[in-house]
Design a protein around this ligand. Structure first.
Ligand SMILES: C[S@@+](CC[C@H](N)C(=O)[O-])C[C@H]1O[C@@H](n2cnc3c(N)ncnc32)[C@H](O)[C@@H]1O
Length: 376
């Protein structure tokens, strides 16, 4: 029978098989292998990462601290972005293709740094991300950004190559630079994060369209930014079931993205979220739900023991249709228990028909990681 809905006729979106194919590239394959990388990694997770999560990747030396959460690492054997991103904790990663060990406060640093980068890495990138490992170097970052964009504007040979993101990290002893093919290869779409609550502070704004309810909204925003990189939108995932939704930081991000959300929580939603027409509040214990067959995705941010929240989500997975998304925040009281928790969630999700496609410690995750899975 012909589909008579005019909206879907104009732009039907992807079918679920196409979504599955794209989502399997959430951690993209990359042929490019490197031994030197710059990474950002929470200092509270660094030791655990080295000890328990690097597995097949062996470090040549201990990670070199560049300031705050930024490190450079050297590997015994070349690895690609996918290998490193599977180790969960790096917030973002980029191969190091150029190093310039000169004090950023030295004379003409910006000018000399930019001509070195131009000579070594060219100007054929599409996207530029410059960040400082310490706050005092922010001015240098601004100078580098401005100068490189000016050089690119003045250059004739700037046709974008397949290496399209230039990442530069300025640290107290110099700078590191690298190129990578796409935002998802960086791990997060944006080296340094989305700056979610910094830019759009929670309810301090008089403009309701900009106000944010909680930090938690940043967690789903990061996931939605990844989906956008895969050209997946709310057209493909219009109806979400959210478990543990109050006060509604994630709910409002999903609604802003264009999804309709059934927000499950015994606690109240914030007034702003409550009056959103795309949100329905179901004031029940999520354990009472028996099916999620009306939904394209489940988002869970329930607190309490992870084993409980995982069982509640797992019970609903078989009722989802193939290609449905499951975004599950896995909360731990101590990171030391995380590996065992991940194994438990992997087992329970697999038994119930879901495949985990990524586990990430996002910029907005605290003592938790975000599991992204697909109904097979
Ligand atoms: C960390 S908060 C969620 C924050 C929320 N995601 C946001 O963006 O604002 C955890 C919530 O899970 C809810 N919760 C815990 N267990 C639950 C259950 N069994 N059923 C429904 N909600 C539950 C709590 O009431 C609490 O509001």
């Amino acid at each position: 029978m012909k589909n008579l809905n005019p909206a879907t006729q104009i732009n039907p979106g992807l079918n679920k098989a196409e979504c599955i194919e794209r989502l399997n590239m959430l951690i993209p394959e990359s042929k490019n292998q490197h031994t030197l990388w710059m990474i950002q990694l929470g200092s509270e997770t660094k030791d655990l990462w080295e000890r328990e999560f690097l597995q097949s990747i062996s470090l040549k030396n201990a990670p070199v601290t560049l300031g705050r959460d930024f490190y450079s690492i050297s590997l015994n054997e070349a690895a690609n972005a996918r290998d490193l991103l599977k180790t969960i904790f790096p917030r973002w990663i980029c191969p190091i293709l150029h190093q310039w060990p000169v004090n950023p406060r030295s004379e003409k640093f910006v000018e000399r740094a930019c001509s070195g980068i131009q000579n070594k890495l060219g100007l054929e990138w599409q996207n530029l991300q410059v960040l400082s490992a310490t706050p005092e170097l922010k001015k240098v970052v601004t100078g580098i950004k401005g100068r490189l964009l000016q050089l690119k504007d003045n250059s004739e040979n700037t046709a974008a190559s397949n290496k399209s993101i230039l990442v530069i990290l300025v640290h107290p002893k110099g700078l590191l630079a690298g190129l990578c093919g796409e935002k998802l290869e960086l791990g997060s779409g944006y080296a340094g994060g989305l700056g979610f609550l910094k830019e759009k502070s929670a309810h301090s704004d008089t403009d309701e369209s900009q106000a944010r309810t909680s930090r938690a909204g940043g967690k789903i925003s990061e996931v939605l930014a990844m989906l956008e990189e895969l050209k997946i939108s709310s057209k493909e995932y219009p109806n979400w079931l959210e478990l543990g939704a109050a006060p509604g930081g994630m709910t409002e991000e999903l609604a802003r993205w264009g999804a309709s959300v059934t927000a499950v929580d015994l606690a109240e939603l914030s007034p702003l979220v409550k009056k959103n027409k795309k949100v329905t509040h179901l004031k029940i214990n999520a354990d009472e739900l028996r099916t999620a067959d009306h939904y394209d995705a489940i988002l869970c941010d329930m607190n309490g023991p992870t084993a409980n929240s995982t069982k509640i989500v797992a019970k609903l997975i078989p009722t989802l249709s193939s290609g449905s998304l499951i975004i599950h925040t896995l909360k731990v009281t101590s990171f030391e228990t995380l590996k065992a928790m991940i194994q438990l969630v992997e087992r329970i999700f697999t038994e119930n028909g879901a495949k985990i496609i990524a586990i990430r410690h996002l910029f907005h995750n605290r003592k938790e990681v975000t599991v992204i899975a697909l109904r097979r």
